[in-house]
Design a protein around this ligand. Structure first.
Ligand code: NAP
Ligand code: MG
Length: 495
């Protein structure tokens, strides 16, 4: 039986509908009339035709967002009313959560269980969390010393936000940006990744059903160097919120410089996961496995450099090998699948290249390194032992299920080596010693440190990177800083 037969009726109906561009609350054909194929990585078959937005389509969308911003349909609305729309959207997402999970799973290979019980509920929670912020955005009054003045600040929405997102967590990335921007009073043009546009399109339908005013949210599917590039250089866009690769982040920053468009960038990583000899090894091993193999390793914060202290190196390696070979790789829609396919042929070839490269540089593949079956883009969980810091697999983001396991001796040595990376997104530390935990957490040059845990995310906890992993914090109240401008007001109180 094809796994497609297990799709819910809502998903099947959605797949039958034509996929247009959402501009001013209407689904429009792209002006060029061009569409592109959307592929299921579990089967390599095409399941949808997606509208390919051109520069002109992006300008239509940006203009709709600008009009919606200026004609006050959104930012002058009472904050609690804005919040109510977001709550309504979250309720609709909850009703349709099975469909949303199936669409991400179908589109980019996320195991259906992870989507249904992990990322979709996180996405819904995120919308509700940000809905609450709509009524809590405040400036402050400031005691000035230069005279008799009342000085206070206003937090105003930046205007039109261009949100450009990757394929690895399609729905979650969309709502991280949308809900914070909308809570702050901005209007949005969203450009989903070409490999995974379906959940964003379904979200667009739910946004219309929730009654959002026209132009507040616009969705332009298309290619990065067309639709994405057009968005990042549009003079109508006031801010670009980008999640994706470091190379594209750099291009976007250059393009945005033309109009001095504000940018925030959530980029790649090569995150260290450090296991000390005094760690709870049962927890550490399962945390290290989940850290690298969750979502096939296609996670910006994947714990791809596993540092193990010398005294437990062989023991930990043995446990990692044993447990990773038990992870079931298969069709993402199969509820028993623990690891789905990687997203695309391009990604599949790239990951294989890294594995071959590691062999030629002296890395020993102790498990995996092969493809699970040829029906889709499947790669078995792969562990490379005795990796040294100078090897490519220790330095570059692979974005696949490949762990580099390394040995270390001392705490200061591992801190120095963990930081010797151009990335600085996240890190894990496994120890039962509270001093070691805090010492290492303080010393690491990253945005997030997990102690005796990995890949825990919450709408309230700020998220983002340092160094080549980018800047800006999404989630938590800091996310609102990305979408607001501070205005300072002076009132002369002298009569
Ligand atoms: P990507 O190739 O950089 O693409 C990201 C988005 O940018 C896509 O929508 C893409 O469109 C678009 N794009 C491509 N070229 C563009 C251009 N010249 N101008 C404007 N937009 C352009 O990244 P990806 O392969 O989708 O995702 C993987 C990367 O995302 C990894 O490096 C990962 O670490 C990073 N990531 C970071 C975080 C974080 O929170 N830090 C979270 C998730 C992922 P197309 O789809 O058409 O190419
Ligand atoms: Mg796809």
């Amino acid at each position: 039986m094809s796994r497609l037969d297990t799709l819910s009726p809502g998903t099947r109906e959605f797949l039958e509908r034509p996929k247009g561009l959402l501009i001013d609350n209407e689904w429009l054909n792209p002006l060029s009339g061009k569409y592109f194929d959307d592929v299921n990585p579990s089967t390599k078959s095409v399941h949808a035709q997606i509208a390919r937005a051109s520069d002109a389509d992006v300008e239509r969308a940006a203009k709709a967002a600008k009009d919606a911003f200026y004609n006050s349909r959104w930012h002058n609305m009472a904050p609690n009313e804005r919040g109510t729309y977001l709550w309504k959207l979250a309720d609709l997402m909850e009703i349709h959560q099975q469909e949303l999970a199936e669409l991400d799973s179908l589109d980019m290979g996320m195991p259906i269980r992870a989507a249904r019980y992990g990322t979709v509920p996180l996405a819904i929670d995120h919308v509700r969390y940000m809905a609450g912020w709509a009524t809590k955005i405040t400036g402050e009054s400031i005691g000035v010393s230069v005279g008799n003045y009342l000085n206070y600040t206003l937090k105003e929405p930046v205007g039109v936000v261009g949100a450009i997102i990757p394929w690895n967590f399609p729905l979650l990335m969309a709502v991280w940006k949308l809900s914070a921007a909308l809570a702050a009073g901005c209007t949005v043009v969203l450009k989903p990744a070409e490999q995974s546009p379906l959940s964003a399109i379904r979200l667009g339908e739910l946004i219309i059903d929730a009654g959002f005013p026209a132009g507040v949210v616009n969705i332009v599917t298309g290619l990065g160097d067309e639709a994405g590039a057009a968005l990042s250089r549009s003079p109508l866009v006031n801010k670009i919120a980008f999640t994706g690769s470091t190379a594209v982040g750099q291009t976007i920053m250059r393009e945005a410089a033309r109009n001095m468009t504000r940018v925030s960038l959530e980029l790649g990583g090569k995150s260290p996961n450090i296991i000390f000899e005094d760690a709870n090894l049962r927890q550490a091993v399962s945390g290290a496995l989940m850290g690298i193999f969750m979502n096939q390793g296609e996670v910006c914060a994947a714990g791809s450099r596993i540092f193990v202290q010398r005294g437990i190196y062989e023991q930990v390696l043995e446990a990692l090998i044993e447990q990773s070979s038990k992870l079931k790789v298969g069709d993402a829609l199969d509820p028993s699948t623990r690891m789905g396919p990687v997203v695309s042929e391009e990604q599949f070839v790239k990951i294989q290249g890294y594995i071959e490269g590691a062999k030629s540089q002296g890395g020993k593949i102790v498990v995996g390194g092969s493809t699970a079956n040829q029906q889709g883009f499947f790669i078995n969980p792969t562990i490379i032992r005795d990796v040294t810091d100078d090897m490519t697999v220790a330095q570059e983001e692979i974005f696949g299920p490949v762990a580099a396991v390394m040995v270390f001796d001392t705490i200061d040595e591992v801190i120095e080596r963990a930081n010797r990376s151009w990335y600085g997104l996240a890190a894990g530390v496994w120890t039962e010693n509270i001093r070691t935990a805090h010492y290492v957490a303080h010393a690491l040059e990253v945005g997030t440190v997990w102690v005796n845990s990995y890949h825990v995310y919450d709408a309230a906890a700020p998220w983002g990177g340092r160094k080549m992993s980018g800047f800006g914090r999404e989630m938590g109240k800091e996310a609102l800083d990305l979408y607001t401008e501070t205005k300072d007001v002076w009132i002369n109180l002298d009569r």
